[in-house]
Write a protein that binds this ligand. Structure first.
Ligand SMILES: Nc1ncnc2c1ncn2[C@@H]1O[C@H](COP(=O)(O)OP(=O)(O)OP(=O)(O)O)[C@@H](O)[C@H]1O
Ligand SMILES: [Mg+2]
Length: 160
């Protein structure tokens, strides 16, 4: 099952992020974000953090690789692997797996640099840039936990 959601503008992305926050807030999730520069990976993460009541200012981890937020409903870890590229990723791949365990929420931007070395239970979010305001979000999963989360997200979206 993959889930496609069309966002006409940032407001729609906010509604989607609110629903996503609802379905990950109890158990947490490991989320890989794919999409070009400016697609909205950081924007989506910021909005999910907002609905998980994060009080710190949420910023892009492009330069620091990892930001941590501890004030929200669950601990949130936000990675950006862009600066590590393929070589650097090997040094943190085991560490990344630890961030997929337990009741925490982990976002990973530029997970493509892991060259599919992220085999564990996870949600993949592909964001396609359509125009200045419009985006297409495609959710996919690996593993049982993420499958359950996406089923709940589908129910939230369709209002069942
Ligand atoms: N519907 C939308 N959904 C998400 N972002 C949108 C939307 N419409 C406009 N935007 C804007 O697009 C920009 C997305 O930038 P963002 O930093 O989130 O991209 P990114 O995918 O994280 O890029 P990078 O690879 O550089 O980290 C933001 O300025 C955001 O306000
Ligand atoms: Mg970003």
């Amino acid at each position: 099952m993959s889930l496609t959601y069309s966002c006409e503008d940032l407001n729609d992305t906010e509604k989607l992020a609110e629903k996503f926050a609802t379905v990950v807030k109890d158990e947490g999730s490991f989320v890989c974000l794919f999409g070009d520069v400016g697609a909205g990976k950081t924007a989506f993460t910021k909005l999910v953090c907002k609905y998980l009541n994060v009080r710190e200012k949420v910023t892009s981890p492009s330069f620091v690789i990892l930001n941590e937020y501890k004030t929200g409903t669950i601990p949130i870890y936000h990675f950006d692997l862009y600066r590590l590229e393929n070589e650097g990723i090997n040094t943190i791949i085991n560490e990344l797996e630890e961030y997929s365990e337990g009741k925490i929420l982990t976002f990973v931007e530029w997970a493509e640099f892991s060259q599919n070395a992220i085999p564990f239970d996870r949600i993949d979010v592909k964001i396609n840039y359509i125009d200045e305001n419009k985006r297409e979000f495609i959710f996919d999963y690996t593993g049982n936990k993420s499958e359950e989360i996406l089923k709940r997200l589908n129910n939230e979206i369709t209002g069942i």
